[in-house]
Design a protein around this ligand. Sequence first.
Ligand SMILES: O=C(O)c1cc(=O)[nH]c(=O)n1[C@@H]1O[C@H](COP(=O)(O)O)[C@@H](O)[C@H]1O
Length: 283
Amino acid sequence: MIDPGFGERLGAAFSEYGHLCVGIDPHPFLLKEWGFNDDSAGLREFSLRVVDACVDRVGIIKPQVAFYERHGSRGYEVLELLFERARNSGLIVIADAKRGDIGSTMEAYASTWLTPGSALEADALTVSPYLGTGSLTQTVNLALKGNKGLFMLAATSNPEAAALQQSRIADGPHKGETVAQSILSDAEQWSLKREPAGSIGVVLGATLELEEFGINPDDYPSVPVLAPGFGFQGARIEDARAVFGSMTRNLIVAETRSVLAVGRGGVVESITRRANEVADALS
Ligand SMILES: O=C(O)c1cc(=O)[nH]c(=O)n1[C@@H]1O[C@H](COP(=O)(O)O)[C@@H](O)[C@H]1O
């Protein structure tokens, strides 16, 4: 049997479980609220309980690698365990590592997170295109070869990013476009023209006015969108359709603190309720 591409698996997850993606960011305050120590044992308990609460309730998770790196090699051991448990349970795992470097170094990062059979194999990786999207060419090739996905930071949810991401390009093929728009255009080319289709996406913060970035979401109906910013950062799921237009059908609604800050006793109910709210708002 041929392994389906990332875009196809994402579409199947939307159909089966809807668009909610549970972010797993083991903040020290969350570990405390859950009754765990801020050490590798606490990290392990927290992570595996969140994964178990997600199975059969949502289709996608997004572990934030930074919170595992805090714990050094033991944190990485937990991450390996988390990825294995989640992927074996049918969850799509987006490793939120936001890697970005020159092409040859990016290739090493990509082989870590996206090579089938590697210790840290995920289904997709967040990457930074701010060394130029061309620096990601080898990463895109490697991702597509392994039926994996990528999410390039285009317009991020933090307000400090706007000046850089809204600035206009002076020269070259993207002349006149904003930086964010140029990243979307490249993602669209890679998603439309390369096989497996629909596997190269972008990050667009749900907190933003996309037109301030020169982006009309209806121009990019085929690009998967990872959208953080709902819940804790203030974006409302009820506004998602208005903000993301035609992109809504490919929208990954990523939420962490709003779903997990309920303590370990309430997490199943919290995930179930939020998955239903997201389904209602996007139906
Ligand atoms: O790539 C991301 O996921 C990301 C991009 C962005 O623009 N803004 C953003 O908040 N994130 C991540 O999304 C998560 C936000 O979590 P909550 O605000 O708790 O839902 C964190 O892991 C951030 O690193």
